[in-house]
Write a protein that binds this ligand. Structure first.
Ligand code: GDP
Ligand code: MG
Length: 703
């Protein structure tokens, strides 16, 4: 905008700016000074007038008097920018700035302070250069110039932080009021409840321990269901929460935190909303690194521990060793005369599970856990995902109050009206009280695991808070991103000098928990010479903007259980950006590790062949279900690998059993043609799903 209006202001200066000048200022300098000087002075003053900087144009439109005398040069070249010296033209700048400096120093420029309005500038946590200039009624170019003087290069659309903004404002003589926009959040989480309103609530228990010591199995045995077998790669990928009844009659809520080292952050978070930690230690393996970590987390959170010595059914089980091992970590179990309750269990055979539940309840009774159920609900998001059929689904642990259908909720930067509450049994419930885990349907977007949830009085408030938080997130991200530019350059020199390499990545996954776990795991990978830098991570399919971001930084895009949208694939082709897909975290981390160590085994390269869209499903006796498809792009080939994708999430991966055109088996079908397909060992396809066809080739790596 300034560039567009400057020349006009030049022309406007004599008619519009001059009447506003205070008495005593030289009125018509033409002829008395060098021709260029008034041209410089006039627009400057026009802008310095109160509000001038914020207004797009000078109040009165100029009657364009030809200014041949005082503007001998091409008018467009003589702009404020050139005149004030922020670019080009040395000669003009030196005259103008010299004059101004002399004026300032001799105090002769007394008209300037008079005209200049000192403002109280409200400065939020981050602000764009333009907005800061507007609030000060200064010109954005002046602000950028000042920034430049301090060695900070910013465009007017760039964000600067509050400290920098304050420095600039004060330099220009304004006063600053720093505000936190977070004022909108005031009172979101209510004050503590009066003692008489508190009622007993079930304990919230987190099972922690080393990977493969049996956390999932134990929780599973308690629930009499079987999660273990359904997990890809055998590790827990998501946090779940469930409620069971102890043999003593009390309810107990369990939060399942995943056990891989990558999940440390989530586990730490799990402990925050946890009353009791059950520490699982396999009797055949003893105390392991993550056992120690779990102990530290529990201790940091001030949460009591119950030790479950698992796998006592195993012939090489040595529960006594577990007990003595634990002494090293200052945990003395009861049977060794200490305070910490321990119990020997077998998740596999169901041994002593009742006893474990009883001990949990007894421990909970000692803790006298209470909450007020008669107030608007507050809680914590345990997990959130985009469900293909149901939209955003958040698993929430209600911590106080009661959550009801059609409540308006805010969590993180998302909000929604509770459309449905689903309990851990998959049943719809009208409400959920303290310590109850429940799925919320009705959010506008998926919040993040660990976000705090609150019920607010109306949609307007919810929207206001969500918008504020979104803005804040975006601004912080932008502020971080601009910092990174310098960081990147630094990194480049580091690469040159120290040889440190960074592998930039963009990570997209199906649920927040997995994404977080991957980021955590990747950040741990690497050493002094080489490491991973995550540019962006998030939930959902790979979008075009993800690819563009990646290509700008020469990054790879990793999709975990998600696929790229069509535009994103195109962008990837165009920019030569690599998108890699995974469905097991271990595989992903291993791949990155080996890529880093430069010891890539024969690369399993995947070549995209084509896509087909399912139009209709036919049931054929004996054969099962056949999908009637239209090949939308590329080609579909018999014997190639296929994936079934619903809403950009991969729901099945396997091989084609049949590929038919009309009644005949064919080897391939090209774009634009219809065909019938069926999968090996898979039936649950639906109209609207997309079938992705790919071929895998092994490329020997040359080092
Ligand atoms: P997590 O990683 O801690 O969640 O461990 P899992 O629950 O996935 O269990 C890891 C492995 O240990 C699985 O193969 C289980 O079948 C096995 N396992 C778990 N509990 C027991 C147990 O009590 N006895 C025996 N023999 N095996 C168990
Ligand atoms: Mg597990």
């Amino acid at each position: 905008a300034p560039a567009a209006r400057e020349p006009r202001r030049d022309a406007a200066a004599p008619s519009a700016a001059r009447p506003a000048r205070p008495q005593g200022a030289p009125s018509s300098p033409i002829g008395r000074r060098p021709a260029s000087t008034p041209e410089v002075e006039e627009p400057l003053r026009a802008v310095r007038r109160p509000g001038g900087g914020a207004r797009p144009a000078t109040p009165a439109k100029p009657e364009r008097t030809p200014r041949t005398v005082s503007a001998p040069k091409d008018p467009p070249r003589l702009t404020i920018t050139t005149a004030t010296g922020s670019t080009g033209e040395d000669r003009t700048r030196s005259v103008a700035s010299y004059r101004r400096r002399v004026q300032r120093m001799s105090g002769k420029g007394h008209q300037e302070p008079k005209e200049k309005l000192i403002r109280e500038v409200v400065v939020p946590e981050t602000i764009t250069v333009q907005e800061l200039a507007n609030r000060m009624s200064e010109r954005a170019v002046d602000v950028t110039r000042l920034l430049m003087k301090q060695g900070v290069m910013k465009k007017i659309t760039d964000l600067i932080d509050a400290d920098t903004a304050q420095l600039i404002a004060e330099e220009l003589g304004h006063t600053v009021r720093r505000v936190a926009e977070s004022d909108v959040e005031e009172g979101l989480f209510g004050a503590s409840d009066a003692p008489e309103t508190l009622k007993p609530r079930p304990p919230v228990v987190t099972i922690m321990g080393h990977v493969d010591h049996g956390k999932t199995s134990l929780l599973d045995a308690i629930r009499h269901t079987n999660v273990v077998r359904g997990e890809a790669g055998g590790i827990t990928q998501h946090i779940g929460a469930y409620q069971v009844t102890s043999p003593l009659g009390g309810k107990i809520t369990f939060i399942d935190t995943p056990g891989h080292a990558a999940f440390t952050a989530m586990r730490a978070r799990g402990a925050k909303s946890t009353d009791i930690v059950v520490l699982v230690v396999a009797a055949d393996d003893g105390v392991m690194p993550q056992t120690a970590e779990a102990i530290n987390h529990a201790r940091a959170a001030g949460v009591p521990l119950i030790v479950a010595i698992n796998k006592i059914d195993k012939p090489d089980a040595n529960p006594q060793r577990v007990r003595t091992d634990l002494l090293q970590y200052e945990i003395q179990v009861e049977s060794l005369g200490g305070e910490t309750i321990e119990v020997e269990v077998s998740a596999k055979e169901g041994t002593n599970l009742d006893k474990l539940l009883e001990l949990i309840q007894l421990q909970a009774e000692i803790l006298e856990l209470k909450a007020n159920p008669d107030r608007p609900a507050e809680g914590t998001v345990v997990e959130a995902k985009l469900d293909r059929g149901r939209g955003p689904v958040a698993t929430v642990l209600v911590q106080r109050g009661t959550l009801r259908q059609s409540d308006i909720v805010v969590a993180g930067s998302e909000w929604g009206r509770v459309r449905m509450l689903v309990n851990d049994q998959g049943e719809t419930v009208p409400e959920a009280g303290p310590s109850t885990p429940v799925e919320i349907l009705g959010f506008n977007g998926a919040p993040e695991a660990g976000d705090r949830l609150a019920v607010v009085e109306n949609e307007a408030r919810a929207r206001e808070i969500a918008e504020y938080r979104t803005r804040q997130k975006r601004e912080q991200a932008a502020a971080r991103a601009t910092v990174r530019v310098a960081g990147l350059e630094e990194m480049m020199s580091q690469i040159k000098t120290a040889g440190k390499k960074e592998m930039p990545m963009v990570i997209k996954g199906d649920v927040q928990g997995s994404v977080e776990a991957i980021v955590q795991a990747l950040e741990k990978v690497g050493n002094d010479e080489v490491g991973v830098r995550v540019l962006l991570s998030g939930v959902g399919g790979v979008t075009e903007s993800d690819v563009i971001l990646a290509s700008a930084s020469n990054a790879v895009v990793l999709g975990f259980n998600v696929r790229a949208l069509k535009e994103a694939r195109d962008a990837a082709d165009r920019t030569g950006t690599e998108i890699r897909y995974y469905n097991i975290i271990y595989d992903l981390v291993d791949d990155i590790k080996s890529a880093m160590s430069g010891m890539l085994s024969p690369e399993r390269r995947e070549e995209f062949l084509g896509n087909a869209e399912i139009r209709e499903i036919f049931s054929v006796s004996k054969v099962g279900k056949i999908a009637g498809c239209l090949v939308t792009d590329g080609v579909v080939q018999k014997g190639a690998g296929v994936r079934l994708i619903r809403d950009n999430v991969v729901i099945h991966e396997g091989k084609l059993a049949t590929l038919k055109r009309f009644k005949d088996d064919v080897n391939e079908v090209r774009a634009g043609m219809e065909c019938g397909m069926s999968f090996e060992n898979y039936q649950d396809m639906r109209a609207g799903d997309v079938i992705e066809c790919y071929r895998v080739t092994e490329v020997k790596r040359t080092l």
